[in-house]
Design a protein around this ligand. Structure first.
Ligand code: ADP
Length: 172
């Protein structure tokens, strides 16, 4: 089965087939990880985003990775946290599943995810980590071709949360 691991760092530097971007519905670029990916990858990524147009929350689209070491960027739109009763969990699960599905369709077998929705979209970090880990495990258990999934944590809080949760899983 695929390796599922956590690393701390900047997702724009990670050498994998696909890096996932936490985008907005307009695919317009923004702050956080989105800004970092467009800055490091260059204008080719935005040029393809403009052609695609928009992406609904919970869905994913794919573009070139420009100058990034990855082959492609998969843009997914996480839910804005509105208290937890507005379908946030299902939408966040969908982000992970749709992104992995798109990766498979494009023969991309090593994938790096940022901590979708845990920045300006305000999803509580522990809850988001539970959703992310569950969604990824569920998918890789059923799709043997995925080789590696990395959770790339930029902030120390997320890194500690993922480390703890993934360690608990492997010791079970
Ligand atoms: P969202 O709008 O989905 O909340 P943000 O970009 O605001 O997206 O935040 C998502 C996560 O991305 C946050 O946990 C933030 O710490 C992280 N992040 C910001 N810059 C980077 C980067 N260069 N590489 C990886 N993660 C990053």
């Amino acid at each position: 089965m695929a390796k599922v691991e956590v690393v701390k760092g900047d997702i724009t530097k990670i050498e994998v087939d696909a890096v996932v971007n936490a985008a907005n519905e307009q695919l317009a670029g923004g702050g956080g990880v989105d800004g970092a990916i467009h800055r490091a990858g260059g204008p080719a990524i935005m040029a393809e985003c403009r052609k695609i147009g928009r992406c609904p929350t919970g869905e994913s689209v794919i573009t070139t990775a420009g100058h990034l070491p990855a082959k492609n960027v998969i843009h997914t739109v996480g839910p804005v946290w509105r208290g937890g009763k507005q379908g946030e969990r299902e939408l966040l699960t969908s982000c992970y599943h749709k992104s992995l599905q798109l990766a498979l369709e494009h023969e991309l077998y090593t994938i790096a995810f940022p901590n979708i929705s845990t920045g300006v979209y305000g999803y509580p970090k522990r809850e988001a980590a539970d959703v992310a880990i569950q969604a990824v495990n569920h998918f890789v258990e059923r799709n043997e071709r995925i080789k590696k999934v990395l959770f790339v944590c930029f902030d120390d809080e997320n890194y500690q949360i993922y480390k703890e949760k993934l360690e608990n899983m492997t010791s079970e």
